[in-house]
Design a protein around this ligand. Structure first.
Ligand SMILES: Cc1cc2nc3c(=O)[nH]c(=O)nc-3n(C[C@H](O)[C@H](O)[C@H](O)COP(=O)(O)OP(=O)(O)OC[C@H]3O[C@@H](n4cnc5c(N)ncnc54)[C@H](O)[C@@H]3O)c2cc1C
Length: 348
């Protein structure tokens, strides 16, 4: 996502670029469910820069140039059953605040109780939904090719082929000069010898694609222990797991059992049939903030990473910040995303 959004933003600015990528089956972007939601976590706290990130996401997809990408963005409310009376009371109070009230609404009556376990009612989050990430990436790459400004090269970038002194890179038998290289390799950045910050923390995630029989279809995303995301073809994405310690990146029986158990608890009447099971590795940072910025010592090198669990929500805004810096339109960078911040500094 990070690399593709950056290339799209460059093309939007009329700047030529080369997108070097080597897709792998367990890339985070290859499996992401694509949810964007500003009320996340067990307590459904509002995300960092919630309103701004949402505004930028919708503005990106409203741009005329990106109209072919719009069909892959699906606005859909998220419903979160209240787990406790305390949470219900807390949200009732918070939703009275104008900035929160325009994003969420509270109901103390159960919604679709024949299908969904929500005896205390729940929180509906508005202005959220999901991006069909694989379809979006495919359409984005087609758009980039058509633009005449972006060359796509499917290969692994060999870091040793970069000469930072002459600002040249040897790619597929030719040496090219560069003004900037933006490294957006997800967890692959941990292999990058030019990385000036601590290794990222890989966070494995797994999800299931299921069919749900014995109940009427859901018309909103339901989040409670797992998320259940209805797709146009009648299947649902159910996710996700969050594993810091893992020995391989493949789907596991334990994660499948965990997701199924939680799904059944949330939708007790459903008869579940599993159609697919996917896994990937998210690039995360200790403080859960993304990373954007220039290398402190090597001219021309940039990093865009650490999207964690929120690649869809954060990429439109952050890619604009990166590209505005590259083209000299702005020097603004949010302090929270600096690659020089304390938690990213290599220990002495
Ligand atoms: C199970 C799961 C569910 C998720 N669900 C959601 C969700 O609902 N909503 C959401 O917003 N986010 C979700 N995420 C997180 C989201 O996937 C990530 O935030 C986002 O995809 C990260 O994008 P990225 O471009 O930084 O990294 P990646 O997707 O890892 O992409 C990096 C790319 O760089 C390539 N690369 C690396 N090194 C090199 C090299 N040397 N040369 C060439 N190419 C290279 C990699 O192969 C890869 O293609 C989920 C993740 C997982 C695993």
């Amino acid at each position: 996502l990070a690399g593709t959004f950056t290339a799209l933003r460059l093309v939007q600015q009329g700047v030529p670029c080369v997108l070097v990528h080597q897709p792998q089956p367990h890339d985070a972007s290859a499996v992401a469910a694509g949810l964007f939601n500003v009320a996340t976590g067990q307590r459904a706290a509002l995300t960092w820069q919630a309103q701004l990130l949402l505004d930028e996401l919708y503005a990106f997809f409203d741009a005329l140039l990106f109209a072919p990408l719009r069909p892959h963005l699906h606005a859909m409310p998220i419903y979160r059953p209240f787990a406790t009376v305390h949470l219900c009371n807390e949200w009732s109070a918070r939703s009275a605040q104008p900035d929160v009230g325009q994003l969420v609404s509270v109901s103390t009556a159960p919604w679709r109780p024949e299908a969904v376990a929500n005896p205390l009612g729940g929180l509906t989050v508005h202005r959220c939904g999901w991006l069909n990430v694989p379809a979006f990436l495919q359409a984005a790459h087609a758009l980039l090719r058509r633009s005449g400004l972006c060359t796509m090269i499917e290969t692994r970038l060999d870091y040793l082929a970069i000469d930072t002194r002459t600002q040249t890179v040897h790619l597929q038998g030719a040496t090219q000069t560069y003004a900037h290289i933006v490294f957006a390799e997800g967890v692959g950045v941990n292999q990058n010898p030019l990385r000036p910050f601590r290794p990222l923390q890989p966070l494995k995630g797994e999800l299931l694609v299921v069919q749900l029989d014995g109940m009427e279809p859901l018309d909103r995303i339901v989040v409670g222990g797992v998320y259940v995301l209805p797709r146009a073809d009648g299947t649902y994405i159910v996710g996700s797991t969050y594993e810091k310690h893992f020995t391989d990146t493949a789907p596991s029986a334990a994660a499948r059992a965990h997701l199924l158990q939680r799904l059944q608890k949330l939708l007790p009447a459903a008869r579940i049939r599993v159609a697919d099971h996917l896994s990937g590795v998210r690039p995360t940072t200790p403080d859960r903030r993304p990373i954007i910025g220039a290398h402190p010592a090597v001219p021309g090198l940039w990093f865009f990473n650490g999207l964690g669990t929120k690649g869809v929500l954060q990429s439109p805004y952050l890619s604009r910040i990166v590209v505005y810096n590259l083209v000299g339109k702005s020097t603004y960078q949010p302090a929270e995303t600096s690659l020089l911040r304390a938690c990213l500094q290599p220990s002495a």
